[in-house]
Ligand binder design. Sequence first.
Ligand code: UDP
Ligand code: MN
Length: 377
Amino acid sequence: MLLCKSLLFTYMFLGIVDIIADVHGVNQSSFYLIFRVLVLTYCYSSFGEVKNKDVRILEVLGLCQQDPVNFRRENCSCRTRDMLSPQGLLYKQPSVLKGRTNVVTVTPWLAPIVWEGTFNPLIVDSIYKPMHLSIATTVFAVGKYVRFLRDFLETAEKHFMVDFKVHYYIFTDRREDVPAVVLAPGRNVTIIPVPGSNRWQEISSRRMEMIQTAIENQIGKEADYIFCLDVDTKFHGRWGAETLSRLVATIHPGYYEHTHEHYPYERRPASRAYIPAGEGDYYYGGATIAGYVRDVHKLTKYCREQLEADAANSIEAAWQEESHLNRYLLYNKPTKILSPEYLWQDFKAKNNEVQIIRFSQVNKNYAEVRPNVKKRK
Ligand code: UDP
Ligand code: MN
């Protein structure tokens, strides 16, 4: 293939030299000239084909999907900007010798794992706040889950991306029950009507499809980053710009002390969420996904397609979209990982590793809030 390419390239080059000679008066018939232009055009298009074939191979692996979405803000600050820190900012000098020792703070592919003590909020804020980023935040409150909205929004206003432009997108079938919560300047809410369902599994899973669509219709044009969060939660501590990155996942609080053979991965090869025994990094929670809008769009589109393929084969992965999410993140590694500080469960006691609980799932009465009950983990 390489030899073939080289020959074609040499022929093209000689052809161009000949044409230039012709144009400058070397005597050859115009028929011969046209013939060579046609050959050159063919050579050029063959190069195009070779290139397209490479792209197609990547597409089969799901690594090079063409995005139909126009991400209006993608070239602005967040992707390309320097991490400018103001002169004169005084803070505790970072050390290369002293730091957190009772937790792992970096993955084997060198993505940071964010724990209290691994970042300085003062530096992080001084870098990110002047960027004037737009942060989209999706939250679903379908059926009785609308009752969780007030606490979610009120605590988010106290702790979540404070001083940033946050646009909450509330997906609900109960618009009239959405509480009026006072928002800080620069923060606003859009309500997106969605249908209800008799199965909580479907409500939870269909978030992928609805987020994908919302990104294509609206969010892709408006936001730099997106957070997709569960509503049955409350913020208790700072959740700031230390959580921004290209693709951000959160370690599930129920499994961080376990090895992957104990993870509730989908183990049936018939499902698209299948992960073979022996493989696995961390078990990621479906309650928080984040990143650049483009990357989260790719993730939601992938999960949606896998969920639909499973449904067409009459199979449902062990933990629905969370199972597909875990497969995606095993083979498309996240660029930043949030420690369980960013996804706790109220019923779990605090421990030595988790020095601060920032965001936690409230205790809920499953029989009372879910249309069809199934207690988890
Ligand atoms: N959800 C909803 N209505 C339902 C079930 C789920 O709005 O009847 C949404 C809601 O945003 C919730 C998320 O889907 O936070 C995930 O479901 P759930 O919290 O019940 O799952 P868990 O966190 O318990 O695994
Ligand atoms: Mn939840």
